[in-house]
Design a protein around this ligand. Structure first.
Ligand SMILES: [Zn+2]
Ligand SMILES: [Zn+2]
Length: 222
């Protein structure tokens, strides 16, 4: 068997359990490298590494946005995980969605709808796929694209204050009636959570549809 990530041959005796569990295998060294978390205290909400008592990101978000219920995070955006996302997003290696999907641990069944953060038409043209929905597809998780965005540039290039005063880059697709999410539980899904502003801007639009609960799942935390 060949590892989906490093393409080396997997020694079957060491990975027998893995082999039976998954059709698409990941070798143990890759599994270990991609499961590493930087040591240290973390924010209980956004999982940011903490060097003080209060999380500055969550404080800023709480002052400016309505917050989600909980934020679930699967991987630490460092070392090999950074390489994985780089290969996946910028070298158009779409098959890596299968690797990221292996790390998803979330009770998707508890939600009425999973909503991926959209990419702009320009980015879609360039990359060929939405990196977030592609992972959900690999994990066989149903989702709905109810959001769209026109912003092609990287959001992280702007300061937090600048983003606060700029218009929300997301909009609800026209066919989404206000009643369709009322009283429902939704899960907003993103690939990399940095300051959290992107997800909170998407939530701002989703909250107008009056869901009873909204949680966030991010594949990795920078
Ligand atoms: Zn491997
Ligand atoms: Zn935080």
């Amino acid at each position: 068997m060949i590892c989906l990530y490093c393409h080396s041959r997997i020694r079957e005796e060491a990975d027998l359990i893995t082999m039976f569990k998954r059709q698409k295998p990941l070798c143990m060294p890759c599994r270990k490298k991609l499961s590493l978390w930087r040591p240290g205290e973390r924010c209980a909400s956004c999982h940011r590494l903490m060097d003080r008592d209060e999380c500055p990101d969550c404080r800023f978000l709480a002052e400016n946005y309505r917050r989600p219920g909980k934020i679930m995070c699967m991987m630490d955006y460092t070392g090999e995980v950074k390489m994985l996302f780089h290969r996946y997003k910028f070298t158009k290696d779409a098959a890596l969605s299968e690797v990221i999907a292996m790390f998803l641990k979330c009770r998707f069944g508890e939600y009425d709808m999973s909503i991926p953060i959209p990419v702009s038409a320009a980015r879609m043209e360039e990359r060929g796929y939405n990196q977030t929905s592609m992972v959900l597809r690999a994990a066989k998780v149903p989702y709905r694209d109810i959001l769209a965005t026109d912003k092609a540039e990287r959001q992280s290039e702007h300061s937090r204050r600048a983003r606060l005063t700029a218009p929300n880059p997301f909009h609800l697709k026209d066919d989404w009636a206000v009643s369709s999410l009322a009283g429902k539980r939704v899960l907003v899904v993103d690939d990399i959570y940095t300051t959290g502003i992107t997800v909170h801007q998407a939530l701002e639009k989703i909250y107008t549809l009056k869901p009873c609960a909204a949680d966030v799942l991010t594949f990795s935390k920078a």
